[in-house]
Design a protein around this ligand. Structure first.
Ligand code: SF4
Ligand code: MG
Length: 296
């Protein structure tokens, strides 16, 4: 039985800014691994570059930290090499909806059996707050002094169009819901995306925790039909807005599961992969000395 302490890294602690939304997602991922009763050596966290992408350092599972926007190709390769592993991809909105969007689209189209969690803080946090593809229209801050005139990307609609078979949005301020979404996303057989609103307390002074608390609502509280793709598109188009707000108007941000579809996975279509036996090894039981000697 996996416990939270089994996932703790004893020698280091996250260096995110105090209050960063990354903490809520970090806790939720660990809670989800425990609830799914996965052993640490059965999980691989794969990330790109950004504040969020440092997350694999601080969970005691396998981890891979790669290039900006490029976690998806190694994540797919891991599934190719060992389809017994649970692969969770971590990226920011810049990483996934900017540099890496091409990879996201094709992983969704292929229906690779992995879970993508996007830490969506609507800016490039690691590089001090430049506007990202997810920034609200008119975003302005110290390093984006001229308000952006670009409409934000609609990640949920694009994921639906690309063929993602599990499409959801969470909020780092609601770790209970975020944990549930990660559990369901991992259990789902196919490509899962969980866009997670992640306040950057240092560089995004607009999309704060309180801003989200006043705007988020839960799809499961309004009887949303997760199997209905047309309804999923309608909900996805509610936010982000492609226009400025009218006077007295406020955004409504749907959270929860937008869409779920049962469709064969990429792995199932490739007999060499689908028949491959599971390979599970405890982190403690691997002897890498022969490999090191071979490479010396
Ligand atoms: Fe989090 Fe923003 Fe600090 Fe990065 S800069 S750790 S996203 S609060
Ligand atoms: Mg970001």
């Amino acid at each position: 039985m996996t416990e939270l302490k089994d996932l703790e890294i004893s020698y280091d602690n996250p260096n995110w800014c105090p209050g960063c939304g990354d903490f809520g997602i970090w806790v939720s991922i660990k809670n989800a691994i425990v609830q799914l009763n996965l052993n640490p050596w059965e999980v691989v966290l794969v990330s790109g570059i950004g504040c969020s992408s440092k997350l694999p350092y601080w969970v005691k599972t396998y981890g891979f930290n790669g290039l900006h926007g490029r976690p998806m190709p190694p994540a797919e390769a891991i599934r190719l090499a060992n389809n017994g592993l649970t692969v969770i991809v971590i990226g920011g909105d810049g990483d996934q909806y900017g540099e890496g969007f091409n990879h996201l689209i094709h992983a969704a189209r292929r229906n690779v059996n992995l879970t993508l969690i996007v830490h969506d803080n609507q800016i490039y946090g690691l590089t001090t707050g430049q506007y990202s593809p997810a920034s609200d229209l008119g975003t302005k801050n110290k390093v984006t002094p001229v308000p952006t005139v670009e409409v934000p990307i609609n990640a949920m609609s694009l994921a639906l169009s690309a063929g993602a078979t599990f499409v959801a949005r969470g909020f780092a301020g609601d770790t209970k819901q975020e944990t549930e979404l990660i559990v369901e996303g991992v259990k789902h057989k196919g490509f899962s995306i969980i866009d997670t609103m992640q306040p950057c307390v240092t560089f995004n002074h607009k999309n704060t925790y309180s801003w989200f608390y006043e705007r988020v609502y839960k799809l499961d509280k309004i009887g949303h039909d997760q199997k209905n793709k047309i309804k999923a598109f309608e909900r996805a188009e509610e936010w982000p807005l492609k226009r400025f707000l009218k006077e007295g108007e406020r955004e409504h941000i749907p959270t929860g599961i937008f869409f779920v579809e049962d469709r064969p996975t990429w792995e199932e279509g490739v007999p060499q992969i689908s028949k491959q036996p599971l390979v599970h090894q405890s982190l403690e039981n691997i002897d890498i000395n022969p490999l090191i000697e071979e490479l010396m």
